[in-house]
Design a protein around this ligand. Structure first.
Ligand code: HEC
Length: 151
């Protein structure tokens, strides 16, 4: 049921975005695309993947990443990641940063793994390194699309 509500909310958002951005100049533009218009990812599917405690034989995202602000499990909380991702690495868009965070986890080490010291950098090599082998590119895009909705 919550998924259904989430889906409806996403659709409403997508429709609103399309209504704002379009200005009627391109009526043929696909209005019903997923919310993170740039990735081609499906955020609802990304949420379903994210929520699994075991994903493709690895510990699932949700095992290490809470959705509660400031709550560090093993990795940083994902609350607000869609908003802060764009500022993480100069020159990288939110989407690029999130994609890289999944496929090349040590390229940039985030903060927020230690609730007592939120400014401390996380340790390398804790997040599984083999997502590119375990997930399809579409699944990774879906996860990115979902994370982008966490504003
Ligand atoms: C075993 C624990 C673990 C699992 C499982 C895990 N992560 Fe992580 N993740 C971490 C740690 C630790 C970091 C911080 C170090 C770093 O930046 O690589 C991190 C960092 C991240 C970041 C950057 C966070 C930020 O604040 O900038 C993202 C995004 C992310 N993970 C997404 C995911 C997704 C999506 C999955 C599931 C496909 C996942 N993680 C699975 C431990 C985990």
């Amino acid at each position: 049921m919550r998924k259904l509500i989430f889906l409806i909310a996403l659709l409403a958002m997508a429709t609103m975005l399309a209504a704002c951005g379009g200005s009627g100049n391109d009526p043929a533009a696909p209005a019903a695309q997923a919310p993170a218009a740039t990735t081609g990812g499906n955020a609802a599917n990304g949420q379903a993947l994210f929520s699994q405690s075991v994903l493709a034989g690895n510990a699932g995202c949700t095992t290490c990443h809470s959705l509660e602000p400031g709550k560090a499990l093993v990795g940083p909380s994902m609350a607000g990641i869609g908003a802060r991702a764009a500022a993480a690495v100069p020159g990288q868009s939110a989407e690029e940063y999130l994609h890289q965070s999944i496929v090349d986890t040590n390229a940039f080490l985030a903060k927020g793994c230690n609730a007592a010291n939120p400014e401390a950098q996380c340790v390398a090599g804790i997040m599984p390194q083999d997502w590119p082998q375990k997930l399809t590119e579409q699944e990774i895009d879906d996860l990115v699309a979902y994370l982008l909705t966490l504003k």
